[in-house]
Design a protein around this ligand. Structure first.
Ligand code: HEM
Ligand code: SF4
Length: 536
C-alpha cells in the first residue's frame, strides 16, 4: 500500500546465497485505495537504490503536476499500466550515470551495523509472576530471534500518552533496554531487547505508570486518526468512537470468544484513510447525513480488508450507519461471525461466503435515525456533545417528517452502487464498471432535479446539466477536496474503460460511493442555504 515497497528475499544465485528484494510500486490508501503492483521480483540489494531513483525520475517526468489530488505514483501507474511503467523504469535505469553509493551501503554500512543489548539475556528461572502478567504476556510480548530476548509492546489507548508518562517510559527504557524506543503503525510503542528475566519488572513498572494495558494487537487495540478532535478535514469523531468501542470491548474481554479477539478495527474521521480503515477486518470512516434540518454523524462500515500479508486486500464499503449505532453494528457482525464461522474460517473468508447481499442486510438493519425530538443523542458524536443543524430551516407546522425528493433519488443511486458490488463479486467487471458509472449519473441527477425537475435520463444531458449547475458554480465543491469527486464522474463519462479489470472496477465503485457521499454533503449544504424540499 505504499508508493514503493520492498520485500526482503534470499535467493540461490549460481550456488551462492544472494540477498535482494521484490519491489512493489503504486500502492496507496487515501480516498480511493490502490493495491501495489510488482515492479520486479528479486532485485539484488545493490540495485534497489538505482531502481528507486529510476522510478522517481519517471514519476518526476510524467506524474501529475496540475491537480495535487492526483499527484501520486498510484495514479500514474493506473494510467500507464504496470507493463508500460516497468518499461519506462528499465529505460531510465539504463541511462542513469553510475554512482558508487548505490552499492556502498552494502559494503560499508551493513557489515558494521550492529544492535547491542543493554543487558545480558537471563531466563526467568522460576521467578514468581505478578498478577495480570500472564494475560499481558500473551498479547504484548513476543520472542526475538535472539535467544533470551523479547519485544514488549506498550499498548497506548488511541495512541496517547501524557508527557509525564513519556518521561517515565523513557526512564523504564533506559533501565532495561537502553535509549531505543520504536513507534508502530498501530499507534503503540515497542521496547526491544528485553531480557526474559526482566519481563515481570518491566510489566510492574509499566503498570505503575498506567501503561500496563494488555490486548496489544487484538480487537481492543483500535487504530484511529485524529478525526474531528483536531483535524480540519474530519467529518466524524473517530477518536471518540474508538474510545467508546475500546471501553466496551475491554469490559467484555474476559468472556470474548477467541475467534474475534484478534480482529483488527481501524477508524478514520473521513474518506482520506489516515486511520487505514481499508486494511482492517472491520473499518469505519466518518461521513454525515441529513435528517430534516439537522446533521447526523455517520460512519461507513468497511469489511473484509486484510492487515496481514502486507495489507493483502482492501475492504469494501458496505453501508452507512449513524455514529451512535456503530457499537450495535459491531456486535451484530461479530456475533454472527462467531455463530456461523466454519472451523478455521477467517473473517475475510466468512464475509466472502456470507455474500454482499446478506452483509448489506446486516448493516442496513441499523441505518434508521430517530427524529431529533425522540432521541437527540443521535445528533451528536461520541465524546463530542456539539449538535449541528443545517442552517436555520426551522421546523414546519406539519409534524410529519420532511422526505426530500433528493433522498428518494439518491437512494436509487446507492442501490445501483451496491449492485455494482454484486457484479464485482460475480467477477463481471464490465457490468460492475457500468453500474458504478450509472450510480454516479443517478447521484448527479438527484442534485440536478433539485433545480431542474424535468431533466431526462440521458447521461450526456445529466452530466452537462450537473457541470453547469453544480461544478462551474462550485456548489458541489467540498471545502477542502474542491472538485475532486465531480471529476470521478466526468472522467468516467468522457473516458469509458474498454476493458475493465477487477482493480479498475473496484476503484470505480469506491469513486461512485465517494461521489454519492459528496452529493449528500452538497445537498445538506444547500439545504442550509435554501430551505428546500417537498413534504410527502
Ligand atoms: C491534521 C491531521 C491530518 C490531516 C489534515 C491529514 C490529511 C490527509 C489527507 C488529505 C490524506 C489523503 C492523501 C491522498 O489522497 O493520497 C491523508 C492520507 C493518509 N494519512 Fe493523513 N492527515 C492527518 C493526520 C494523519 C495522522 C495522525 C496519520 C497517522 C499517524 C495519518 C496517516 C495517513 C495515512 C496512512 C494516509 C494514507 C496514505 C496513502 O497510503 O495514500 N494522517 N491524510
Ligand atoms: S482521515 Fe480525515 S479526519 Fe482523519 S486525519 Fe485524515 S483527513 Fe483528518
Amino acid at each position: 500500500m505504499h508508493d514503493l515497497g520492498f520485500l526482503a528475499r534470499v535467493k540461490d544465485v549460481d550456488g551462492e546465497k544472494k540477498r535482494g528484494f521484490d519491489i512493489y510500486v503504486g500502492g496507496g490508501l487515501g480516498t480511493v485505495p490502490h493495491q501495489a503492483k510488482v515492479l520486479a521480483e528479486f532485485v539484488p540489494e545493490e540495485e534497489i537504490l538505482p531502481i528507486s531513483q529510476a522510478v522517481a525520475r519517471v514519476f518526476a517526468r510524467l506524474g501529475e503536476k496540475q491537480n495535487r489530488n492526483r499527484a501520486r505514483l498510484k495514479f500514474l501507474i493506473a494510467k500507464l499500466g504496470i507493463d508500460e511503467f516497468r518499461r519506462l523504469v528499465a529505460e531510465e535505469r539504463a541511462i542513469l550515470p553510475h554512482d558508487d553509493r548505490w552499492a556502498g551501503y552494502v559494503d560499508d554500512y551493513l557489515p558494521n551495523y550492529e544492535e547491542v543489548a543493554l543487558k545480558t539475556a537471563v531466563s526467568l528461572n522460576g521467578i514468581s509472576l505478578p498478577e495480570g502478567y500472564a494475560d499481558w504476556f500473551k498479547t504484548n510480548v513476543y520472542q526475538q530471534r535472539q535467544d533470551g530476548y523479547f519485544v514488549v509492546t506498550v499498548n497506548l489507548p488511541l495512541g496517547d500518552l501524557t508527557s509525564t508518562q513519556a518521561f517515565q517510559l523513557a526512564d523504564i527504557a533506559s533501565k532495561y533496554v537502553g535509549d531505543n524506543l520504536r513507534t508502530t503503525v498501530e499507534q503503540n510503542i515497542v521496547l526491544r531487547w528485553v531480557s526474559e528475566a526482566d519481563l515481570p519488572n518491566v510489566y510492574n513498572e509499566l503498570k505503575g505508570v498506567g501503561l500496563g494495558d494488555g490486548g496489544a494487537g487484538t480487537i481492543v487495540d483500535i487504530t484511529s486518526c485524529p478525526g474531528t478532535d483536531t483535524c480540519k478535514l474530519g467529518i466524524a469523531a473517530s477518536r471518540g468512537l474508538a474510545g467508546e468501542l475500546r471501553t466496551r470491548l475491554a469490559a467484555r474481554s474476559a468472556t470474548m470468544p477467541d475467534a474475534i479477539k484478534d480482529l483488527k478495527i481501524k477508524i478514520s474521521g473521513c474518506f482520506n484513510s489516515c486511520g487505514q480503515h481499508h486494511v482492517a477486518d472491520i473499518g469505519f470512516f466518518g461521513n454525515s447525513r441529513r435528517r430534516n434540518n439537522r446533521t447526523v454523524p455517520h460512519f461507513q462500515v468497511v469489511l473484509g480488508g486484510k492487515w496481514r500479508e502486507n495489507a493483502g486486500s482492501f475492504g469494501l464499503a458496505m453501508g452507512v450507519v449513524p455514529s451512535k449505532k456503530v457499537p450495535d453494528v459491531l456486535d451484530a457482525i461479530t456475533e454472527r461471525y462467531v455463530a456461523e464461522r466454519e472451523r478455521g474460517e477467517n473473517f475475510q473468508d466468512w464475509v466472502t461466503r456470507l455474500g454482499k447481499r446478506d452483509v448489506k442486510k446486516l448493516v442496513t438493519a441499523f441505518t434508521d435515525v430517530p427524529i431529533y425530538e425522540e432521541q437527540p443523542s443521535f445528533y451528536s458524536d461520541w465524546g463530542d456533545p456539539r449538535e449541528f443543524s443545517i442552517g436555520d430551516m426551522g421546523i414546519g407546522e406539519c409534524a410529519g417528517e420532511v422526505v426530500t425528493l433528493f433522498s428518494i433519488e439518491i437512494a436509487r443511486a446507492e442501490g445501483v452502487a451496491f449492485d455494482a458490488l454484486l457484479a464485482l463479486d460475480d467477477k463481471d467487471y464490465a457490468l460492475a464498471d457500468e453500474r458504478a458509472y450509472r450510480a454516479m449519473v443517478l447521484a448527479a441527477r438527484s442534485l440536478v432535479r433539485n433545480q431542474f425537475l424535468d431533466v431526462g435520463d440521458d447521461p450526456d444531458q445529466i452530466v452537462s446539466e450537473f457541470r453547469t449547475r453544480y461544478f462551474d458554480t462550485q456548489l458541489f465543491f467540498d471545502r477542502y477536496a474542491k472538485g475532486k469527486f465531480a471529476r470521478y464522474l466526468f472522467n468516467r463519462h468522457e473516458n469509458p474503460n474498454p476493458n475493465p479489470t477487477e482493480d479498475s472496477a473496484h476503484q470505480l465503485i469506491e469513486e461512485a460511493n465517494l461521489f454519492i457521499e459528496a452529493a449528500h454533503a452538497c445537498d445538506a449544504r444547500l439545504a442550509g442555504a435554501l430551505a428546500g424540499g417537498v413534504t410527502l
